[in-house]
Write a protein that binds this ligand. Structure first.
Ligand code: 13P
Length: 251
């Protein structure tokens, strides 16, 4: 079965209003029509504006980087899933290692955010991945397995089909150090096997698993060439249109 190939840019806390507009326009100028789903993930302030700019570009979609688990309420500074939906957001990045590390997000909380996003008909991009000391201790498959089961195994088959998984080893994020294509393949295969045990073949063969962590134009092709790697979640290289498009084109 042919899985959806996705290249998503996570802009993190970069790009003011004008710089963000310019970046998305530069991406559109260079984007060729293809079957790859290309996603831009800007900070909240850009969402409504960018949804207008990209609305007629068929293979370009919009992601938010987080949301609150409740639909509304007295949570100063937070943004809910229905609010994102009202800005025509398609995907929501959840469980990023920076949210886990700096905002103390645990899988039990991320599971609730996933439910909130799915309830609005949007697609979570669920991030998982181990720190260096966990890999060095040989515990990486067990840890990622726990992350996947705690955040996703309460879903039913209809729901899980709308989830995208992103494997992002923490030691490869923003460090210039990527997982080798073999390391990525091994973990992606492991994640897909867990999904297979829990949800069966159709779900496992259909779910897109992206790799993230220092993906650049020079290494994307080799990583994306692995059978269980269905695209990438791109940080730094998503902030330059030329680099981002070069990565999209290496699928
Ligand atoms: P870098 O591509 O900058 O390593 O970031 C990866 C990432 O965290 C994407 O979510």
């Amino acid at each position: 079965m042919k899985r959806k190939q996705i290249v998503a840019g996570n802009w993190k806390m970069h790009m003011d209003y004008e710089a963000g507009r310019a970046l998305v326009k530069a991406i559109i100028d260079r984007l060729q029509p293809s079957d790859t789903v290309v996603v831009v993930g800007p900070p909240y302030i850009h969402l409504k504006n960018i949804s207008g700019i990209i609305k007629d570009v068929t293979n370009l979609k919009l992601a938010a980087q987080n949301c609150h688990q409740e639909n509304s309420g007295a949570y100063t500074g937070e943004v809910s899933a229905p609010m994102l939906k009202s800005c025509e957001v398609d995907y929501v990045i959840l469980g990023h290692s920076e949210r886990r590390e700096f905002f103390d997000e645990a899988d039990s909380l991320i599971a609730r955010k996933i439910d909130a996003v799915l309830a609005q008909g949007m697609k979570p991009i669920y991030c998982c991945g181990e720190k260096l000391e966990v890999r060095e201790a040989g515990e990486h498959e067990a840890l990622v397995g726990r992350q996947v089961s705690e955040a996703l195994f309460h879903l039913d088959k209809g729901q899980i089909q709308n989830v995208v998984i992103a494997y992002e080893p923490v030691w490869a994020i923003g460090t210039g150090k990527t997982a080798s294509p073999e390391q990525a393949q091994e973990m992606h295969h492991h994640i897909r096997s867990l999904i297979r045990q829990q949800f069966g073949d159709t779900v496992a063969d259909g779910i897109s698993i992206l790799y993230g962590g220092s993906v650049k134009p020079g290494n994307a092709k080799e990583i994306f060439g692995k059978p269980d790697v269905d695209g990438g979640l791109i940080g730094g290289a998503a902030l330059k249109a030329e680099d981002f498009i070069a990565i999209v084109e290496s699928i």
